[in-house]
Design a protein around this ligand. Structure first.
Ligand code: SF4
Ligand code: SF4
Length: 337
């Protein structure tokens, strides 16, 4: 159902909704960006419309809501363990189209790639999507090239305008929650989706893994990439984590096991018993990530892992462009034909 509400009425509806839902959206953090005078936009709990950043792209994705940076899997003593109690409230998560597609890519890994991950599932089952449209493309976005610029997978679409919030409510529970507030249902509108980006990426069609691994292209990144992992940490479709056992000081037979984000770019990611490790060169790590994003995942699941949000390019301190790297790969593929 399409409807329009004043911001005052919308806020009242959001307040009522918070009896059953935690609302999480992109929030502008003043002067918390990379430079002292820049802002940061990242996901956290909101209670009102005005707290949600609709204008600009969030530098960080919403994945830390579903895959916490550090997550306790269980607490242990000498002879037993206990899994933490799961949250009960539902979550309404404000996402742009590319991030809705990223959610699908992450679902594939945690829910449909072998045994289901119960920790992810118990959060994912509580999440509903509130779609934020995109009136224009942002720096480094290439969602159109990846086919992730549009989606109809949302419970509610929210389009802020000068004369109120335009809502496309598709979920019956939300329809009920909004029903008691003043609305104008004689409204016709579409959610905004971009149809062009300044950055265009030509994704290689049929790379030969062996040939690609030998290309000189990767050597450029041996020195340019400083292996900070920032590109992975801001990426909405990266899912890797490592394990840590934390032993408590008062009894070192008790403690907790956590999983913690890690990254295929950082030192130690491929370390094995005996001290050896794969991909010592930073360029080889760039190759691994790039092929995972635009080749291997697609080969296995029939869609690319990269959703073209451009956050990796926004975040890299060495100005390494992932989109340019993918274009270099397709140029190599074309030359080889
Ligand atoms: S690889 Fe880069 S552009 Fe692709 S989804 Fe991850 S952060 Fe976004
Ligand atoms: S953000 Fe840039 S420098 Fe850091 S690991 Fe990624 S590609 Fe390398």
């Amino acid at each position: 159902m399409k409807t329009k509400m004043t911001y005052d009425a919308f806020d009242k509806a959001l307040k009522l909704l918070q009896d059953n839902y935690t609302l999480i959206g992109p929030v502008r953090k003043s002067k918390r960006g990379t430079m002292s005078d820049t802002d940061s936009i990242r996901y956290e709990e909101v209670t009102k419309f005005e707290q949600i950043e609709f204008e600009e792209k969030a530098q960080f994705s919403a994945k830390e809501i579903l895959q916490p940076i550090t997550q306790v899997l269980f607490y242990f003593t000498e002879d037993e363990y206990k899994v933490p109690t799961a949250g009960q409230k539902q979550i309404l998560l404000f996402l742009r189209a590319c991030d809705v597609h990223a959610l699908d890519r992450v679902d594939q890994i945690y829910l449909d790639n072998g045994p289901v991950d119960p920790y992810y599932k118990q959060i994912r089952e509580r999440v509903k999507v509130a779609l934020i449209g995109c009136q224009h493309s942002y720096r480094n976005c290439f969602c159109v090239s990846m086919g992730t610029n549009k989606t109809d997978q949302y419970a509610i679409g929210v389009k802020p305008t000068d004369d109120g919030a335009y809502l496309d409510i598709q979920d019956s529970d939300l329809l009920e929650a909004f029903a008691g507030f003043d609305q104008d249902q004689n409204i016709v509108f579409e959610m905004d989706f971009v149809t062009t980006n300044e950055t265009i990426v030509d994704v290689p069609k049929a790379l030969d893994g062996q040939d690609v691994a030998q290309q000189d292209l990767w050597r450029e990144y041996d020195s340019r990439c400083v292996a900070c992992g920032k590109c992975n940490f801001v990426c909405p479709s990266c899912t890797c984590f490592g394990m840590q056992d934390i032993f408590y000081k008062d009894n070192d037979n008790t403690g907790e096991r956590r999983r913690v984000w890690t990254s295929c770019h950082v030192d130690g990611y491929t370390d094995m018993a005996g001290g050896s490790g794969f991909r010592k060169k930073h360029g080889d790590r760039m190759r691994f990530k790039t092929l995972h994003k635009v080749h291997d995942y697609n080969k296995r699941f029939g869609k690319h892992m990269c959703v073209g949000c451009g956050r990796c390019d926004d975040a890299c301190p060495e100005y390494i462009s992932f989109s340019s790297c993918v274009n270099k790969l397709s140029a190599i593929e074309k030359e080889g034909k």
